[in-house]
Design a protein around this ligand. Structure first.
Ligand code: PGA
Length: 250
């Protein structure tokens, strides 16, 4: 049985006090959702520490939204994976489309970040997904395949066993447009097939999350699909009630 995961990507939202309140809300309602669902919250760097503290004693894990390519040193403004791990975080989102699009992250950058994550015992949530133009040109399979081959294929079997993938079509992120459950299943099954070609049966253990305007009203239908193992949630993760309600979609 693959892990079921609902991860919240808070992006550049919430001030520290608001983040703590949000985390408290998630912890308070967590008991209403099956313990089989693994919840992860990914706040901004500035309040990772406070959110970790707030969630101590709960089974809700905390992740960062990015990490540096280098281990330490003269890299003004960067945050090392070791710093994130030292706070008690377990996960790090890497390769989010917003980072690829606005901050020029490439596969070369992401290979280094993945290496840093594993060196510090952080589980990467590696994001892939095509933009609208690529989808309309029918290139979505090729785009996603390249994003996997250029980064995930460089992992050892041991590293691959500790990886979460998130498929997020760029045209569905923050747009209110969700991929249909069938579209999600089609590409999730394809991703798993690509993973199987390299890692064999271990591909069946890798959680693949859907992201892009996932909300309480559509989560159940999407999560019901065989190769969808949960969601990476943006907007709807900013309200504890909605985030938890997505978890009830399993
Ligand atoms: P959204 O964002 O749920 O607001 O569409 C998802 C994401 O970018 O991770």
């Amino acid at each position: 049985m693959r892990k079921k995961i609902v991860a919240g990507n808070w992006k550049m939202n919430t001030l520290p006090a608001e983040g703590v309140e949000l985390a408290k809300g998630v912890a308070a309602g967590r008991g209403e959702v099956c313990s089989c669902v693994n919840f992860i919250v990914c706040p901004p760097f500035t309040h990772l520490s406070q959110v970790v503290e707030t969630l101590k004693g709960s089974d809700i894990a905390v992740g960062a939204q990015n990490c540096a390519t280098e281990a330490k040193g003269a890299y003004t403004g960067e945050i090392a994976a070791s710093m994130i791990a030292a706070l008690g975080c377990k996960y790090v989102i890497l390769g989010h489309s917003e980072r690829r699009q606005y901050y020029g992250e490439t596969s070369a950058t992401l290979n280094k970040k993945m290496e840093q994550a594993y060196a510090n015992n952080l589980t990467p949530i590696y994001c892939v997904g095509e933009n609208l133009e690529e989808r309309e040109a029918g290139r979505h399979f090729d785009v996603v395949k390249a994003q996997i081959e250029e980064v995930v294929f460089n992992l050892t079997a041991e590293q691959f066993a500790d990886l979460v993938i998130a498929y997020e079509p760029v045209w569905a992120i923050g747009t209110g447009k969700t991929a249909t459950a069938d579209q999600a299943q089609e590409i999730h099954a394809y991703i798993r097939e690509v993973l199987r070609s390299k890692f064999g049966a271990a591909a069946d253990e890798c959680p693949i999350l859907y992201g892009g305007s996932c909300k309480p009203s559509n989560a159940a239908e999407i999560f019901a699909k065989a190769d969808v193992d949960g969601g990476l949630i943006g907007g709807a993760a900013l309200k504890a009630e909605d985030f938890l309600s997505i978890g009830k979609g399993f």
